[in-house]
Design a protein around this ligand. Sequence first.
Ligand SMILES: NC(=O)c1ccc[n+]([C@@H]2O[C@H](COP(=O)([O-])OP(=O)(O)OC[C@H]3O[C@@H](n4cnc5c(N)ncnc54)[C@H](O)[C@@H]3O)[C@@H](O)[C@H]2O)c1
Ligand SMILES: O=P(O)(O)OC[C@@H](O)[C@@H](O)[C@H](O)[C@H](O)CO
Length: 380
Amino acid sequence: MKEVLHFGAGNIGRGFIGALFSESGYHVTFVDIADEIIQQLNEQKSYQVKLATSTQESTAISNVSGLNNLKQADEVVEAITGAEFLTTAIGPTILPRIAPLIARGLTKRVEQSDAKLYIIACENQIGATDILKQHIVEHLSEDTKQKMEGKIYFFNSAVDRIVPIQENKGSLDVLVEPYYEWVVETTETLPSITGMKIVAELAPYIERKLFTVNTGHAVIAYLGYLAGKSTIDKTLADESIETQVRQTLNETGDYLVHQYRLNHEEHLAYIQKIIERFKNPYLHDGVTRVARAPIRKLGPEDRLVRPAVEAHKAGLAYTNLAKAIAAALLFNFEEDEEAIKLQAMIQEKGVATVLQEISGLEENGEITREVIKHYEALKN
Ligand SMILES: NC(=O)c1ccc[n+]([C@@H]2O[C@H](COP(=O)([O-])OP(=O)(O)OC[C@H]3O[C@@H](n4cnc5c(N)ncnc54)[C@H](O)[C@@H]3O)[C@@H](O)[C@H]2O)c1
Ligand SMILES: O=P(O)(O)OC[C@@H](O)[C@@H](O)[C@H](O)[C@H](O)CO
């Protein structure tokens, strides 16, 4: 049986990428540091993916097992030598931590096999696989790098499926929204994987996804958090927040239409479809999950700052994006490590310096001034 090694047995790992490979006839070995999940995968060898609909249709996902990369590094290396795909869904900031082990696996693999291995990071980050590759390469010899030519491939991808934090502690089953899209960038011919769409140029796909789904999500989450709401659908029931989301997505939409020559009407229909997905009442998706890791989300290439900077450069409106950035700066959830760090930075250095450090925005630039205006208004 063909093998895939998937790093991250969390929501997207089990509920999306691992499930698609299993449905495509692969054995999926999940790699994770969460011992309980790994043990359960090895005992049960299957779990259910349930759709967030009124009837909760479910699919059994079988041919799965698990390895703990902290305790079973040698087994992970061995698994890398025999896999056809290596995928990740662990969060962009974790990628550097798994790179040394993947490098060990690749070093061994190229000595004993000429078979092709396809590596795809499935994270909400532009160029996530390129970032992973850079970290892996730091741990490879010149000899291994040469031997990887024509055997080890790295493809960027965009992943879209809303998978909330699961409310079924102790179970491997995963509740997911029915919709999904997985786009992989390559001109190679790949083995056929259910649900994987191949494109030659990923930029329009990942930017459209990140700057619509994730920008819209972030607006709801940060404003919802400030309004004391618990979930995304409940926040969106507030008409003023829905209006704010639409206005922000019109700004990212104008940039996307301008940048990628998208059809304006089709893009408006895409925005509408995304807003309907956010309203799913069966997902119970928490605002604190969607708002998580605000320093990452305020990064220069991420869902709020990049579209604001690009809109500014193109002479387009960005004031609603500036408001979303301001709301993110006010996310002070005490169970989120990055939120705590962000608040401490703001207290110590002030908003303008923080925006320069984490978002790459000029301290006295127009965008920063616009953000500060909204920050002061939201704070009061
Ligand atoms: N949940 C969604 O709706 C969704 C949708 C699209 C993309 N994504 C992206 O997918 C990625 C994963 O998100 P998620 O929601 O599945 O998160 P998650 O927290 O449910 O899963 C992440 C998993 O990675 C594991 N992990 C953490 N550190 C590790 C390490 N050093 N080695 C091995 N495993 C480690 C965790 O134990 C956890 O099981 C993120 O980049 C996210 O942005 C999420
Ligand atoms: O995963 P993050 O933290 O980058 O973003 C939170 C959500 O917006 C995200 O997980 C979405 O649910 C997902 O990207 C939908 O495809």
